[in-house]
Design a protein around this ligand. Structure first.
Ligand code: ISL
Ligand code: CA
Length: 574
């Protein structure tokens, strides 16, 4: 059912977004860190892949405690990445190629070095005191004493969510690192200042915003202890911190103040850990004028046990159940974003693909086919289009991420099992996606002429863009074809979704239907060659397969290891 507000004609409905993590994409000056001129030099590469939008992770001035997700100036470029002129040139370069620019804003918190916070922490009566969330010690407790924090919360990175400012004797809230104090969205001046900043970026030419942890901006007051859990996996976060009572109101206000200030149709996507599908249907319903789509996390948790770095075996039926539930919940009025990976997740081929190296490319193509044929907007994280895999991390010193070090320290004191946490970080650690982009087979993969800030994956001699661009059978070209298919067929972007074989642990199958056209997607998540229990007579038009030689000897109903196929049939019943 579509409502009057839902013409589904916005440009982004059939768009594909590509995420660049600037520090790891391309280094232009040999300092080992990717930068904006590096991104500019690769725009033709993005154009040849066929993506519509570039989402750039934070490039703003920042102490880089959390790689730029700790912003100290919202209206600039960190010198490490270049200048505002470089950014203008990047936007112009995208626009001249018919692509759009989505900037990543982090407005739940700032850096503790942001002038707003340095003001705020000066004393209790400072004009900016109320811009952050300050509380005195728990009643009857001495500030700084164990357990004196205003609430018992533990933040996303496993640290206490409160830090004492010795001088003023009060605590400030931070749901991430202590260097990332949370802004007080109850204060209308804070909100207006942020909207003005967003309008400033619109004037510079941005076409959309990716909003970091946007479901955390509204806190539930009065702040209360958690009675069940005190640590934050995504689900726990959902219950504890996320989706506060004023979230919808704040999002709608932002839409009025920011989107409403321009004739341009923007793309807004909000990262919302811990959000459930039924709430997302409301946030993304155009009639509510809040946000276009959200990043949800349920499928990113199917292989996590008790903590974020506690990998457990996952089941295909769980994956289907969660992704299918989101397709259903957002079918009528909402809209999904679709992703397998980003800068916070390890590499999808290493996580959801075959453990057999010789099936890595097949796994990458199969995963891409499944994701890109769902209803919603697909996001490609840099290197995913090459099938880049996890890095062979060994010791803690091989890692860089603040979250890795925190998690290790916590495991040391909590369980003492440092081998387990290391194993978890190797499989799920965020640095897996942050190793340099693999451009070619030369030393440092063509990423830098200097020493890369994180080492290059040794598999770059085989897995790299230069090789794949010249190979029509590569993962890169498979992504190109999938993007092309979405642009060509309304059924891919707009068609309704129906999950098939929900109880099958091997085959992921679904249909997409739009008018008289129907597409059938079947994907083999195993290393075997299963028979697909579906009617072969329906499968007379093969649109695409991930193997080079058509259907192969097994015919239409037998899939090869990690193969995915798309079939078309026309019906007259719709
Ligand atoms: O990284 C995670 C799991 O591995 C998540 O818990 C992540 O911290 C959460 O999804 C929020 O992510 C966003 O905000 C963080 C930042 O570190 C992440 O890079 C960003 O994507 C704080 O700004
Ligand atoms: Ca550089």
């Amino acid at each position: 059912m579509t409502s009057p507000g839902q013409a589904m004609t916005e440009w982004w409905r059939n768009a594909v977004v590509y995420q660049v993590y600037p520090r790891s994409f391309a280094d232009s000056n040999g300092d080992g860190i990717g930068d904006l001129p590096g991104v500019i030099a690769k725009l033709d590469y993005l154009k040849s892949l066929g993506v519509d939008v570039l989402w750039l992770s934070p490039f703003y001035p920042s102490p880089q405690v959390d790689n730029g997700y700790d912003i100290s100036d919202y209206r600039g470029v960190d010198p490490m990445f270049g200048t505002l002129d470089d950014l203008d040139a990047l936007i112009a370069g995208l626009h001249s190629r018919g692509m759009k620019f989505m900037t990543d804003i982090v407005i739940n918190h700032t850096s503790d070095q942001h002038p707003w916070f340095t003001e705020s922490r000066k004393n209790r009566t400072n004009a900016k005191r109320d811009w952050y969330i300050w509380r005195s010690a728990r009643a009857g407790h001495t500030p700084g004493a164990p357990g004196a924090e205003p609430t018992n919360w533990v933040g996303f990175f496993g640290e206490k969510a409160w830090t004492l400012d010795e001088e003023s004797g009060e605590y400030y809230m931070h749901l991430f690192c202590k260097e990332q104090p949370d802004l007080n969205w109850e204060n209308a001046d804070v909100r207006q200042e942020l909207y003005a900043m967003m309008r400033w970026w619109l004037a510079r030419g941005v076409d959309g915003f990716r909003m970091d942890v946007i479901n955390l901006i509204s806190k539930t007051y009065p702040l209360a202890d958690s009675t069940t859990k005190t640590s934050a996996t995504h689900f726990e976060a959902g219950a504890l911190f996320a989706g506060g009572p004023r979230l919808g109101e704040f999002l709608a206000e932002m839409r009025r103040e920011v989107n409403g200030s321009t004739d341009k149709v923007l793309l807004t996507v909000g990262e919302m850990p811990g959000t459930v599908a039924s709430d997302a249907a409301g946030y993304t319903n155009p009639d509510n004028s809040q946000i276009d789509m959200i990043f949800q996390f349920e499928h990113m948790d199917i292989d996590r046990g008790t903590g974020r770095y506690d990998p457990i075996p996952w089941r295909l039926t769980d994956l289907k159940r969660t992704l299918g539930r989101w397709q259903d919940a957002l079918a009528g009025t909402g809209w999904n974003s679709l992703y397998w990976g980003n800068h916070d997740q390890s590499r999808p081929v290493s996580r959801f693909g075959s453990a057999r190296l010789e099936l890595r490319e097949h796994s990458a193509k199969m995963l891409a086919t499944v994701l890109h044929l769902h209803r919603g907007t697909p996001y490609i994280y840099q290197g995913e289009e090459l099938g880049m895999a996890n890095y062979p991390f060994e010791t803690l010193e091989d890692f860089d991420d603040v979250d890795a070090y925190n998690s290790y320290r916590i495991a040391q004191t909590d369980t003492g099992d440092t081998e387990a946490i290391l194993a978890g970080l190797r499989h799920l650690g965020r640095d897996n996606s942050r190793t340099p982009m693999q451009w070619d087979a030369t030393t440092n993969a063509g990423f830098t002429t200097g020493t890369p800030w994180l080492p290059v994956n040794p598999n770059h001699v085989d897995v790299n863009a230069a090789v794949q661009i010249n190979d029509a059978g590569s993962v890169f070209h498979h992504y190109r074809r999938l993007i092309g298919l979405r642009h060509a067929l309304d059924t891919v972007s707009l068609g309704s979704f129906e999950m098939l074989l929900p109880e099958d642990e091997t085959i992921y199958a679904f249909t997409r239907t739009h008018g008289s056209e129907q597409l059938l997607v079947v994907a083999n998540f195993s290393d075997n060659e299963p028979e697909v229990p579906l009617d072969a007579a329906d499968w007379n038009q093969l649109v695409m397969t991930t193997y080079p030689d058509g259907l192969g000897p097994g015919g239409p109903t037998r899939l090869r290891p990690r193969e995915a196929r798309i079939y078309r049939r026309r019906t007259t019943t719709h």
